[in-house]
Design a protein. Structure first.
Lengths: 265, 280, 261
């Protein structure tokens, strides 16, 4: 099944014209130079922001508010978790309005926490956990929601390098286990190539799609083996070059022109 | 919850977005809602009274009250009373400031002094200054001195606490940097600590100002010290409800004017110094 | 001075200073022999005779009742109004002139009016007077607390489809609670002050009433005992509030402590 996303301009410095199609079950990474509106794009897809031009379509239907099939994992995990209640209750939160029995919910929470490796931590407060563990709670919460699509906004940027590797593998395992489609925004090029089926490279503002790079590396991916492959280095260099080129040329048009076109809308 | 810095950025961002979409028309609507709300409540007041829901003796109509106030404003007696209250407020606040800021600085910088005096402050602070009214009445009588003493006593505590917080909350990195550059103790105080404490002191001033006005008025109300409070008491004793409401309204306007002025001062102090603190 | 000795000195000072002040108070009153400032020892004796427990039921209980009721109503109203106002920009705009006016007017200015309007000097009059003015600190802080909710948290709630009453109950209210508690604390302190003033002006019972009567009859002992009692009540209430806050907002302290830097 295909899902079409065509997002347009939002405000003066966001997205000019981005058109993407995401396939069912695929792992799509989005990279680009800093400030190119990656987060804005994700928020439009998630239904948190409304595109001023174009549409976000989920299985043919327009997205006007956050759809039930999507879950979003933010970069600032500590600010997206509720500090006043336990980890288990945090994971439970999105389930409350789904029509499920109490036992079912408890089971889902337990299962999700185990899937991210936090089996015994349900009773702690989120702020008692390390950064990496907190992000895992956020992922567990997204999983418990049983989405078919997972949106992740630079989720591992605020986590130390070693934990990042663990979390990347966790994401892959989760994808395999639950068959979810993942839209993953990152500025880490290595990460994007390591995880993705395809990598979308965005331009500098005003943002468009510069290139979509298919990643044919064998699955299951491995932090050491995959990164040793020549193909990995080649893909990585290619993406890096594209982004570098974007950073050297500050966009195709003066920032004045598109701004004039979208301000006051 | 975000720290204040993040909230400010977030609020500014959303304000920037809404400002960008704020036509002159939008601004007009805002003004209309604001003014309309006032007009609506005045109308309700008028209707409640004239319409008979509450007897006109108990609740003089808005029109009557404003008319009465307008008449008052043409009399010398009114303005005398008005400025007597202002004087009591101002002197009370001035005395409180002259005491609270220096003492607050001392207590704020010296950990030892702060701890030594913690218990007395904690205990004296919650004593409502209002409780001292009878003592003042008997000792200092119905003079300006009573009013100023009461107002100053009440205004002292919040200002003291805020000054202590402000001095205590100074950025230790800034102080260390200054020390590394060889600035002496008093210079550090003057150049780093005090400027950092200014926003707190400004907030303390705003709170102290409110307290000072309340107590100045209370002194006039209960002790008969000349001023608006005394006029209110008079009107109340003689059952002159229209006068009573008019004076109460005048007091309200005075309170609003003072509050706006002090909030303006506070805002300026906050804007000038980027600080991260909670909002009262 | 080593860290330990200096800490020991601090503790000693914490005890010594209040004691020294009390001793000084006693010494001064003994020396001054003023009829208006009885000895501290006399005041303490009077205090025990009056409030423990002869007049406790007659005066202390009504006063406490009024404070608690007035405060309780103020908090409920303040939060109930503050949440929708915090969430609605237009609501805030419409309410702003009123809030700004009523928070700025000195409450005593309305004491005679409250008696006139309600035709009574009974409990209802005092409780409603206290409640009315104590609404504002809680209300304002609730509004600020609601407005200051972390946008990431708000986005999270939205993306999981949490709306309406559930959102208020599970996200908005807990997130704003620390700020609301700060406002409640001010409301409580205000309640004590307004109670005294209201009773002093028009009452037939209560600590403020005792204050007035003893002044009128030149009874210094009971007057000072009442003053001390008011201070004690204020202090005890504030301690109780701190304990409650510590319990209910334990998560907040832990969370702030865990934030780096």
């Amino acid at each position: 099944m295909g899902k079409t996303y065509g997002a347009g301009a939002k405000a003066a410095h966001a997205i000019a014209d981005v058109s993407l199609v995401v396939d069912d079950g695929e792992f799509l990474c989005v990279v680009g130079p800093s400030g190119c509106g990656k987060t804005t794009l994700l928020k439009c897809v998630a239904g948190l922001l409304r595109p001023t031009k174009g549409n976000v379509l989920l299985r043919g239907k327009r997205v006007t508010r956050p759809p039930e099939e999507m879950a979003l994992v933010f970069q600032e995990y500590s600010r997206s978790l509720m500090p006043w209640t336990s980890v288990a209750n945090n994971v439970l939160l999105p389930l409350r309005h789904k029509k499920l029995g109490r036992q079912e919910r408890k089971e889902l929470v337990r299962e999700s926490l185990e899937a991210v490796g936090l089996g015994g931590f349900g009773n702690r407060y989120p702020w008692q956990l390390s950064g990496g563990m907190q992000q895992r709670v956020a992922i567990a919460r997204a999983l418990a929601y049983q989405p078919s699509i997972l949106l992740m906004d630079e989720p591992f940027a605020s986590v130390d390098a070693q934990t990042r590797g663990d979390l990347e593998d966790l994401t892959l395992r989760v994808r395999d286990r639950y068959g979810i489609t993942i839209l993953f925004v990152t500025h880490d090029i290595d990460e994007s190539v390591y995880l993705a089926d395809r990598v979308v490279v965005l331009t500098h503002a005003p943002t468009e799609v510069k290139e979509i790079v298919p990643v044919d590396l064998p699955r299951p991916r491995d932090q050491i083996a995959t990164k040793e492959l020549a193909e990995f280095a080649h893909l990585r260099a290619h993406v890096y070059r594209q982004i570098k080129r974007e950073q050297a040329e500050p966009g195709e048009a003066e920032s004045g022109a598109p701004a004039a076109a979208t301000v006051g809308q | 919850m975000a720290t204040r810095g993040d909230v400010v950025t977030a609020v500014r961002a959303s304000e920037a977005r809404s400002a960008r979409s704020m036509f002159p028309l939008d601004r007009l609507v805002v003004g209309l809602v604001f003014v309309g709300s006032i007009v609506a409540s005045l109308l309700i007041w008028e209707l409640l009274s004239k319409g008979g829901l509450i007897s006109e003796t108990d609740l003089p109509a808005a029109s009557t009250t404003f008319a009465k106030l307008w008449d008052f404003m043409h009399t010398e007696a009114f303005w005398t009373a008005f400025f007597q209250t202002v004087r009591g407020w101002a002197l009370g606040l001035a005395v409180a400031t002259a005491l609270a800021v220096p003492i607050g600085i001392v207590l704020g910088t010296s950990d030892f002094a702060a701890r030594a005096f913690r218990v007395p402050i904690e205990f004296l602070r919650p004593i409502p200054s209002a409780a001292l009214i009878p003592v003042l009445f008997l000792t200092l009588g119905t003079t300006l001195k009573s009013e100023v003493f009461l107002a100053a006593f009440g205004a002292f505590w919040p200002l003291l606490i805020q000054t202590m917080y402000g001095v205590h909350d100074v950025d230790p990195v800034a102080v260390d940097t200054a020390r590394a550059y060889g600035l002496g103790r008093y210079e550090r105080l003057y150049r780093i600590t005090l400027p950092g404490a200014v926003p707190y002191i400004a907030t303390g001033l705003r709170i102290a100002s409110t307290v000072s006005l309340i107590l100045a008025f209370t002194a006039e109300l209960f002790m008969g010290v000349p001023g608006l409070g005394q006029k209110v008491n008079e009107a109340s004793s003689y059952g002159l409800n229209e006068d009573l409401y008019a004076y109460a309204l005048a007091t309200g306007f005075l309170g609003v004017a003072i509050h706006l002025a002090m909030t303006g001062v506070e805002r300026r102090a906050l804007r000038w110094h980027p600080s991260q603190r909670g909002v009262l | 001075m080593s860290a330990r000795t200096s800490s020991a000195v601090k503790v000693a000072a914490e005890i010594a200073v209040p004691v020294a002040l009390l001793v000084a108070w006693q010494a001064w009153t003994v020396h001054a022999q003023s009829q208006y400032f009885p000895r501290l020892s006399t005041i303490l004796v009077e205090f025990r005779e009056l409030w423990l427990f002869a007049q406790f039921g007659t005066h202390v209980v009504p006063s406490l009742e009024r404070i608690v009721l007035g405060f309780g109503i103020a908090v409920v109203v303040g939060i109930a109004l503050g949440i929708p106002l915090g969430l609605s920009r237009w609501g805030r705009l419409a309410a702003m002139p009123h809030i700004e006016f009523w928070r700025a007017i000195p409450p005593p200015a309305l004491l005679p009016i409250s008696v006139v309007l309600l035709h009574s000097i009974g409990n209802a009059q005092k409780v409603s007077f206290i409640a009315f003015f104590c609404v504002f600190p809680t209300l304002l802080n609730t509004i600020d607390g609601v407005r200051g909710i972390d946008p990431t948290l708000a986005d999270t709630a939205r993306s999981y489809g949490i709306r309406g009453f559930a959102r208020i109950r599970r996200i908005v209210l807990p997130a704003a609670m620390p700020q609301i508690a700060a406002g409640m604390r001010v409301s409580l302190a205000l309640a004590v002050i307004i109670m005294v003033v209201a009773e002093y002006f028009s009452s037939t019972s209560g600590v403020g009433y005792v204050l007035l009567i003893s002044k009128n009859t030149f009874q210094m002992g009971p007057m000072w005992a009442a003053i001390v009692l008011i201070g004690v009540l204020g202090y005890l209430l504030s301690v109780l509030f701190s304990l409650a806050e510590r319990y209910f907002l334990a998560w907040h302290r832990g969370w702030r402590a865990a934030i780096p830097g």
